[in-house]
Design a protein around this ligand. Structure first.
Ligand code: FE2
Length: 211
């Protein structure tokens, strides 16, 4: 995975923010890449969402919060989709029921990827060409949208993990993958640790929890 921290800009730096935008948006597609269109349509429980929905929702955020609000003349990709891909933002209009996201066989995955490309083209132009006053107002929203998309990248993985766990064929997101030592932990290999139970000190702070 590309280190998104390495290119994270200071607020308002357009070129760096444009670069970070591309890195974050590409990471979402990279996480979806091992999944078939059918995999990406599954909603395994009301609290999980299809991968396709996450991909569209993160794009809807940029369209509704940045482009429609701050880019005069922006052409909405499909106004009907705002109902489908809004989630919990009451102020931005009504939305499709969360527990029913799995019934959205339309739009297709291909159409959602077209949506992402449409939003990306408009966002890149906006980031580099918005006038100074507009940019001052919108730059924090672009940053917010990228953090929001990264939040949904985490959800893409947790949600497909549950969906695959529900499948009797037990498909693997990454067949044959083994836990990797985290670089930030000094490369220590992950392992299970036996403990007797009861109060146990965990973490840096030694906080005691009951296992
Ligand atoms: Fe969201």
């Amino acid at each position: 995975m590309q280190d998104t921290q390495a290119v994270r800009p200071k607020l308002g730096e357009r070129a760096t923010l444009a670069q970070w935008y591309d890195v974050v948006r590409a990471e979402s597609l990279r996480r979806a890449q091992p999944l078939s269109p059918e995999d990406q349509s599954v909603q395994s429980m009301p609290d999980a969402s299809p991968t396709k929905w996450h991909l569209a929702h993160a794009s809807w955020f940029f369209e509704a919060v940045v482009l429609q609000a701050h880019q005069p003349g922006y052409r909405v990709f499909d106004a009907r989709w705002h109902h489908l891909f809004n989630s919990y933002y009451e102020a931005l209009g009504p939305r499709h029921a969360r527990a029913q996201r799995g019934v959205l066989s339309r739009p297709s995955l291909a159409a959602v990827l077209d949506y992402r490309a449409h939003v990306d083209a408009a966002m890149r132009q906006f980031i580099m060409q918005a006038d100074a006053t507009t940019w001052d107002a919108a730059a924090p929203l672009v940053t917010l949208g990228l953090h929001h998309e990264q939040q949904h990248q985490e959800l893409m993985l947790t949600d497909i993990l549950h969906a695959f766990w529900c499948n009797p064929l037990l498909p693997a997101y990454r067949p044959g993958a083994q836990p990797q030592p985290a670089a930030e932990s000094g490369g220590v290999a992950l392992q299970w640790i036996d403990v007797p139970g009861g109060p146990v000190a965990v973490g840096h702070s030694g906080k005691r929890v009951c296992l």
